[in-house]
Design a protein around this ligand. Sequence first.
Ligand SMILES: *Cc1c(COP(=O)(O)O)cnc(C)c1O
Length: 393
Amino acid sequence: MKVYLDNSATTAVDKEVLDAMLPYFCEIYGNPSSLHAFGRNAQKAVDEARAKIASILGAKASEIYFTSGATESNNWALKGAIRASKNAKKHMITSAIEHPAIMDTCHELEKEGVEVTYIKVNHEGIVNPEDIRAAIREDTVLISIMTANNEMGAIQPIAEIGKIARDEGILFHTDAVQAIESQPINVDNMNIDMLSLSAHKFHGPKGIGILYIRSGVRLDKLIHGGHQERRQRAGTTNTPLIVGMAKALEICARDRDRNNRHMSELRDYFIDRVLNEVPYSYLNGGREKRLPNNVNMSFGFIEGESILMTLDLKGIAVSSGSACSSGSLEPSHVILALGVREELAHSSIRFSLGRDTTKEEIDYTIETLKETVDRLRGMSPLFNVEKGTGSYV
Ligand SMILES: *Cc1c(COP(=O)(O)O)cnc(C)c1O
C-alpha cells in the first residue's frame, strides 16, 4: 500500500486543475504582455483568474500580485514593507513558530539593523494577541503572523491580531499558505494588509503564488525588470500556472466544508487510536484550533528520522520536523516553542492528511506505526523492553 501523508509539504495537482491549465501550454501560449491576439487571449485568462482569486479572498483584483510562491511573497512583504518605511529606526513583530521563509527573512533584516520581536506561543502553539499589543513600539512598521502553522497545525487568532494592527496603524501581513484550504479568509473582515499563498499547498501547481497587497500599502519592489503586475513584480506572466492556481482555489472554497469534515474525522480517529495504542506517544499542539489535516506526535525513546525511514520502507510518506529543516539534525524550532523537551522534539513526526486520504490508509498507517515503534524501541538503549519503560540519560 502507498500512503501519502505529507500534504503539508506539497499536494498532488487536482485533475480539474490540470485540465484547466493544459490549453495554456501549447494553444493559448502568447505572452500576456503582447498586444496581438495570442497575447490578448492569454491576458484574458490571467484577468479572469485574478478576479476569481480576488473574489474568494474578499479583495479587489488590483490587489492580487502573482509571484513564484509563498517564499517570494513572504520575502517581498517583509523586505518591501520595511524598506519602504521612512522610520529612522525600524521594528517588526512576528512569532517564534513562523516558516523559514519568514524566519530567515527576519534574520536578514536584522543584519540591516531592523529589530525583530519574536512572540512566544502557549503550549498549544497559539499566539496571545495581547502579547502582540504589548510588543508594539513607536517604531513598529509591521506585524507578520502566520494564519496556521505548517508543522503542528495551530490556527492563530488572525482577526484579533488584524484589529490590533489596524487600531495602532501598523501593517499586518499573514502567511496563509497552510490555512487557505480549510479556513475561509476575508482580508477586509480580518484587517489583513498583506497575505501570502502558494498554489502547490492546495492541489495547484508548484512555482506560483500570490501576495495580496491592500490598495494604498506601499512596498519596495523585490524583483526588478519588466512592467508586469502593475510594475510591481517583474517577470513574464505565467499563464498556465496562474489559471491552475485560480482553479485550485475555487475548488478549495467549493469543497471546503465537505473536505474539512472528512479530514477532521480521520485526524481525530488517528490521534485517539495512537494515543491509546502506542505507549509514550504525545500529541504536539492542541486539539482545538488545529488544522483538520494535521497530526503531529512525538514517540518517546526513539528518533523521528528512524520512524520516517521505516515507514517509508512500508510505503508511507510522513515528515519529521518541517520539510525545510529535515536533513539537519536540529530539532524543530516550532516543536521546541511549544515547550516540548528536546528529546521528544527529536522524535516528532508530522502526518499531514489530504482530502483524498482514506480510513483504510489511516488504519494501515496506525498498524505499521505500532510495529515500527515497538521494533525501534527494541533497539533503543533508552528503552527497557522487559519492563516496557524507558528513561533518558
Ligand atoms: C510551503 C510554505 C511556504 C513556502 O512556499 P513555497 O511554495 O516553498 O514558496 C511558506 N509558508 C508556509 C507556512 C508554508 O507551508
